[in-house]
Design a protein around this ligand. Structure first.
Ligand code: DP6
Length: 399
């Protein structure tokens, strides 16, 4: 049996991908840009094993066996095996031939609750696993090179998790998608002060998955067409410039405007799609009141296909803003930790600030927060304790 274990991060788009021009190849109607979150707080670990003893391909997600026949997973498996064969016939990796015909077992776990709604595809976090499986299989088969093309076929947004730091997914214009690729804009070390706060607003499952949602938007929303053609190209340039210069004012404003426009295209979809709930709306107004108090953009929000908020801020603002969130959304005493991730210190709040922001207290509106920062891309793990499959090729009890 040959085994490889890899870990991969989650990414959050600040210029959103919404809409495909080719459903099968997963080619987007606009470019997008994301920040890769640190794996110390949010990571997916996947072990892939190949063995002559296995009688079929199998996959386990968070401890439960899942359907290996999912079309996207099948297409990823097919593509990666095709690449490995091609490489073998051109005289590449010798050891690969032995395992290429073997069946594989894939086992994957998250270190964060799926309820955090961070992998927004219809198949839940399976998309992230798909792409991580591609990465891990590539290591197993000794295939290097351009993987984001295959990863994209697992889930569009997941291809941006191929790199750390700040990543753009260039839409490309070729019909075969060969130029629709993820590319690193800046490494994770570029903006050391940047902090990211995930406010988990609700554990309820969202109603419309992103795959189906964006399809309806492409079919019915004139605003989405306008956005893709006339807004995003300029915004991508401005966003890259803001990141390069570490200009938080520009970065924050663009992030909020782009999230708002994405949700506006959802409302412009017919029938309309609502991802934001009342808690999301309260967070939006809290952020604007907080920034209004200071007369500058000190925090910025972004929302994907669900009600949870992702807040961007800089280290000097973190403690105070967390304190403000706690005041406005006091935790319900259910024993669960309210704050997870990077440490947050106490911060005294001035009376002026309190009266500017504390207009509307909503106990229990936020279940918990995860504090994190930009982080590195996927990596193969040499740590054997992370290996999820036992000597029999089945998930270990802990997986
Ligand atoms: C709102 O990547 O989940 O998170 O390609 O159909 O799997 P599929 O969709 P998916 O869409 C993510 C949409 C988004 C915005 C983003 O991450 O850019």
């Amino acid at each position: 049996m040959k085994k490889v274990t890899c870990t991969a991060p989650v990414n959050i788009a600040v210029i959103k991908y919404w809409g495909k021009r080719n459903e099968k190849l997963i080619l987007p109607i606009n470019s997008s840009l994301s920040v890769t979150l640190h794996q110390d707080q949010l990571k997916t670990t996947t072990t892939v094993a190949a063995s002559r003893e296995f009688t079929e391909d199998r996959i386990w997600l968070n401890g439960k066996e899942d359907n290996i026949n999912h079309p996207r997973l099948q297409s990823c498996l097919r593509e990666i095996r095709r690449l490995a064969r091609k490489r073998r016939s051109s005289g590449g990796h010798g050891g690969v031939s032995r395992i290429l015909n073997d069946k594989v077992h894939i086992c994957s776990v998250n270190n964060f609750p799926t309820a955090a709604g961070l992998a927004s595809s219809a198949a839940g976090y399976a998309c992230l696993v798909l792409y991580l499986s591609v990465y891990t299989l590539a290591k197993l088969y000794g295939v290097e090179g351009e993987l984001s093309e295959i990863a994209r076929q697992g889930s569009g947004s997941a291809c941006r998790s191929m790199y750390g730091g700040f990543v753009q997914w260039l839409m490309g214009d070729r019909a075969d998608g060969k130029d629709s690729l993820a590319q690193q804009v800046e490494a994770e070390s570029h903006w050391p002060d940047l902090r990211i706060l995930i406010l988990v607003a609700s554990a309820e499952k969202k109603h419309v998955g992103s795959t189906a949602g964006m399809q309806t938007s492409v079919e019915t929303s004139p605003l989405l067409k306008f956005r893709a053609e006339s807004v995003v190209p300029g915004r991508m340039e401005e966003m890259i410039e803001a990141i390069r210069k570490k200009d938080f004012e520009a970065f924050g404003q663009l992030t909020m405007k782009d999230s708002n426009q994405f949700h506006a295209t959802c409302l412009d979809t017919y029938p309309p799609i609502f991802y934001l709930n009342q808690v999301s709306q309260r967070i939006i107004s809290l952020v604007h009141r907080y920034n209004g108090h200071y007369g500058q953009t000190k925090v910025a929000y972004s929302f994907d296909a669900g009600p949870n908020a992702v807040i961007f801020t800089l280290e000097p603002t973190l403690n105070e803003f967390v304190e403000v969130v706690k005041r406005c959304f006091p935790p319900e005493a259910n024993g669960d930790p309210y704050l997870k991730g990077l440490p947050v210190g106490p911060a005294p709040l001035s009376q002026e600030l309190l009266s500017a922001v504390e207009t509307d207290v909503c106990p229990g509106g936020i279940c918990y927060m995860i504090v994190t920062q930009p982080g590195p891309g996927p990596a193969e793990s040499a740590d054997l304790s992370l290996d999820l499959l036992g000597p029999d090729g089945l998930p270990k009890p802990s997986a």
